[in-house]
Ligand binder design. Structure first.
Ligand SMILES: [Zn+2]
Length: 65
């Protein structure tokens, strides 16, 4: 879980801004600063997963029209 030093607040991953910043003060939460590779990996994995799901959805529609 990302942790904001400024707000002294634990942040949900879905609460962060698109850039992965704290939605309250705009600073970078601790966990992301310590392991940016992990965050980037998560973003890439999510994009690939969503792309795959979208592809599946399109394929399903094509076969059921
Ligand atoms: Zn903050």
């Amino acid at each position: 879980m990302p942790w904001c030093e400024q707000c002294n607040e634990r942040l949900g991953t879905d609460e962060l801004t698109e850039e992965g910043m704290c939605p309250f003060c705009g600073s970078e939460p601790l966990e992301h600063r310590n392991s940016p590779w992990y965050f980037k990996f998560m973003v890439v994995a999510t994009v690939i997963y969503l792309g795959y799901r979208a592809f599946q959805g399109i394929t399903w529609v094509i076969h059921h029209v």
